[in-house]
Write a protein that binds this ligand. Structure first.
Ligand code: ATP
Length: 352
């Protein structure tokens, strides 16, 4: 028996529009896996299928080894042992905070209330137990929604954009508290987001979806440092790109030849993607010559737009704030090969 969630070969269409295509994914107890992808790629549909809010057309869904959907089986959502948290929190406005948390507990009232207070203590909200949701801030309401979903000790937590209703500063704190509580309770969690930074901050593993399919699964570092294709690379940060042609194991660039994977045949057109932090700037002479177009201070770093000799498109460099350059200044640009990715060119990966 595999503990946690196991999804195998899940496919789903609305009419003749395929939305989820042969999707397989596991989430272990205590693990947070993020389904990440652009709007409309099928993330929410996948989550709804796992929750039991849609009937599975093809594929199997197992929770702690038990088949809950597929092969003619459909266990009702309330019998799956899953907790749900959505963007809008969906607290009952006429119930107090403690009553909201205790709502789904099939226990004697005083036992349920004690469990609710104990969970509220863990998120620092025990003193708000008797308040109504509209007395709480957005961050507090999100914490109540989280502990309400955790109260029945679900086998799996399903979260759909749970932090997007919060303002930026609050979001970071609530996200960290949420991750800590999920880890402490050992809950398997599948979290949907379209925000790569959010996925990198909270997830142990990220599954990147595109057009209903998972294109890559791995740790945040793996996806950032070893993206499977150009669109995954571009999804995680702004990138500069350069078209070249593979020679024997290398492709020419203004910085000299860059290594190319043996899987890319000689003569193939390649797109070379360079993250802005791969570029460094120094005095003219030590690298490729460029002229600074704009300088944008971003606190600890500066984003510098450059006109690089021999390139048509402007390039972006993200450099430490102490690098002091001004628009119009001539500089030399060096390249750190560790943040460069080379892919066979496809229509979808044409330079933007
Ligand atoms: P978003 O981040 O915008 O919510 P998503 O990746 O979660 O996007 P889904 O909500 O799963 O994507 O939707 C995938 C596709 O399925 C979209 O084209 C959507 O319009 C369509 N779709 C979703 N639900 C239904 C439905 N009940 N009936 C018909 N089409 C639907």
């Amino acid at each position: 028996m595999t503990a946690g969630l196991s999804v195998v070969g899940l496919s789903h269409s609305f009419g003749d529009h395929p939305v989820v295509c042969d999707l397989s994914l596991d989430v272990a107890p205590g693990e947070i896996v993020s389904l990440l992808g652009p709007s409309g790629c099928g993330k929410t549909t996948t989550l709804r299928l796992v929750a039991g809010l849609e009937i599975v057309q093809r594929g199997d869904i197992r929770l702690d080894g038990e088949l809950v959907a597929g092969r003619g089986v459909h266990v009702e959502p309330e019998r799956r042992g899953v907790g749900l948290v959505f963007q809008d929190f969906a607290l009952f406005p006429h119930l107090t905070v403690a009553e909201n948390v205790a709502f789904g507990l099939r226990q004697a009232r005083d036992v349920a209330r004690r469990r609710a207070i104990e969970l509220l203590e863990r998120v620092g909200l025990a003193d708000r137990a008797g308040h109504y949701p509209h007395h709480l801030s957005g961050g507090e309401q999100q914490r109540v929604a989280l502990v309400r979903a955790l109260a029945p000790a679900p086998r799996l937590m399903l979260m759909d954009e749970p932090f997007s209703g919060l303002d930026v500063r609050l979001r970071d704190q609530v996200r960290e508290d949420t991750a800590a509580l999920l880890a402490a309770t050992g809950t398997a969690t599948l979290l949907v987001t379209h925000d790569p930074e959010e996925a990198m901050r909270i997830a142990d593993r990220i599954a990147v979806m595109r057009n209903g399919r998972i294109v890559q699964v791995g740790s945040p570092a793996t996806l950032y440092d070893s993206p499977a294709d150009a669109s995954v690379a571009r999804f995680f940060s702004e990138t500069n790109s350069l078209r070249s042609r593979a020679g024997a194991g290398a492709a020419p660039t203004p910085w000299g030849p860059l290594p190319v994977s043996a899987a890319i045949a000689e003569g193939t057109a390649v797109d070379i993607l360079v993250r802005p932090e791969a570029l460094s700037i120094g005095p003219v002479g030590k690298g490729v010559t460029a002229v600074v177009s704009t300088v944008r201070p971003l606190g600890g770093t500066r984003l510098i737009r450059l006109r690089i000799e021999g390139m048509q498109e402007p390039w972006l460099a993200r450099v430490p704030a102490r690098v002091d350059v001004s628009p119009g200044e001539a500089v030399a640009v060096a390249l750190d090969h560790a943040h460069v990715h080379v892919f066979a060119a496809t229509e979808a990966s044409l330079p933007r």
